[in-house]
Design a protein around this ligand. Structure first.
Ligand code: URA
Length: 434
């Protein structure tokens, strides 16, 4: 087989065989195929698309390019959850202890933030002592002991995706449905998921800007799931404005803890309940979605979800005194408010722009090797549709440098748009597709 023939076939809009896709993925992962030929093929895929059969074969080849976890020793269905990326997305921190408190086993490997989106691992690591880098055996032991473990991807999982993602990033070929779908599903399959709930974000702070594109991505991942025998459900959620109020690692941990104690921002609540009710159903712990939601709310009310969160932190080596007394968490030196200059209604809080501002404050990273500052970020004072009076707080900036504080305040004044006439709140959970 020759790479040049595979490129030519895709360039001419023909369907690639399983063998051809395996040849490419294996050769590229092992360094036998050069970047220039891989780039040509990836761009041909970007431009000409793929059939569902091709996407599934690509996904499986990527999933099996490294280790594939076997979680069957846990003896129960493992339902994994994944988001296509967002700003202020603290859903995993809340949702996973919550469903765990209802008996759903959770063995979750999360990523770090990159670009303007945040990552669960960075948020967990802002809790002093929390170990995200543990062995697979340790993770399985943790799940057996308390029903939940949340760690970072320590193993050589789907190495083809790592290489291909970096290449896509460098040749402007990220926003492609076959390539995003295979990237996400290969990681889920490699991490041992038997069933999968996907939060497919839509809007200004998401890869998919339009609902129609997000539907296509969701249907493609569901189809891969069917062909790969991993039942998959997608929840489409709005990412035009950040989720909740806090953006930044410690700040989001605080918001997550507050949520588990019953102080639930409405948008976060809707996404958590929707994803959680689907996870509980797929795990075989309850077919009635509304009842699942009621049970989740009950476990917030009676403190069981919060207790499960504490148990998770403690079991991973974290110091729970920082959760019991949130004042102890790392704090930024400078906290200042941005005030509204007018009366009116909040019209727009562009989540991608908010993510970028938080990133510049030090909450995110441009390159994988960069370190982050857990204490900095933004806490919104209002959400889209809220009424605001002149002099009221639009947002607080948490910074560790005067110049960054000043820059962030100026940017926030520009990007938080206010209208003089009333603005309707947008729907948060847009659709469920399975
Ligand atoms: N998230 C992923 O894991 N991969 C993509 O290609 C896009 C979003």
């Amino acid at each position: 087989m020759r790479m040049i023939d595979i490129i030519e076939k895709k360039r001419d809009k023909q369907e690639l065989t399983r063998q051809e896709l395996e040849y490419f993925v294996e050769g590229y992962t092992k360094g036998k195929i050069e970047d220039y030929q891989a780039s040509a093929l990836i761009m041909a895929i970007y431009l000409n698309g793929m059939t569902n059969q091709e996407i599934t074969n690509l996904t499986l080849a990527m999933a099996y390019s490294g280790e594939v976890l076997d979680l069957s020793t846990l003896g129960e269905i493992i339902v994994d959850k994944h988001s296509t990326g967002g700003v202020g997305d603290k859903v995993s921190l809340i949702l996973l202890p919550l469903v765990s408190s209802l008996g759903v086993l959770v063995a979750k490997m999360s990523g770090r933030g990159l670009g303007f989106t945040g990552g669960t691992v960075d948020k967990l690591e802002s809790i002093p002592g929390y170990q995200t880098q543990v062995s697979m055996q340790q993770m399985i032991q943790n799940v057996k002991k308390i029903g939940i473990s949340m760690i970072s991807q320590t193993l050589n999982l789907a190495p083809a995706d790592k290489k291909m993602y970096a290449l896509r990033d460098s040749i402007s070929a990220v926003e492609s449905i076959p390539l995003i779908a295979s990237s996400i599903m290969s990681k889920k399959i490699a991490s041992g998921a038997q069933k999968i709930v996907l939060d497919v974000t839509v809007g200004k702070g998401a890869f998919m800007k339009q609902l129609e594109e997000a539907r296509k991505l969701a249907n493609t991942m569901i189809e891969i799931g069917k062909l790969a025998k991993r039942e998959t459900v997608c929840v489409l959620s709005n990412m035009n404005e950040p989720l909740g109020y806090a953006v930044g690692n410690c700040l989001e941990v605080i918001e997550a803890v507050e949520f588990l104690k019953g102080n639930m921002p409405e948008d976060v609540k809707q996404v958590v309940l929707e994803l959680g009710s689907q996870m509980i159903k797929l795990a075989g712990n309850g077919d009635d979605l509304e009842e699942n939601k009621r049970n989740m709310l009950e476990n917030i009310e009676n403190g069981k979800a919060y207790q499960k969160f504490l148990q998770l932190i403690e079991n991973q080596g974290g110091d729970i005194s920082y959760i019991e007394n949130l004042e102890k968490l790392p704090k930024a030196k400078l906290v200042e408010a941005v005030y509204s200059k007018n009366d009116g209604y909040i019209q727009e809080i562009n989540s991608k722009e908010i993510g970028k501002i938080a990133g510049k404050l030090g909450a995110g990273r441009d390159r994988k090797e960069d370190s982050i500052d857990p204490s900095v970020g933004i806490v919104l004072g209002k959400k889209v549709g809220d009424k605001i009076k002149q002099g009221e707080v639009l947002a607080y900036v948490h910074a560790n440098s005067e110049s960054k504080l000043k820059e962030a305040k100026k940017s926030l004044e520009e990007i938080i748009k206010i209208s003089s006439s009333s603005v309707e709140k947008e729907k948060v959970v847009l659709e469920m597709i399975k």
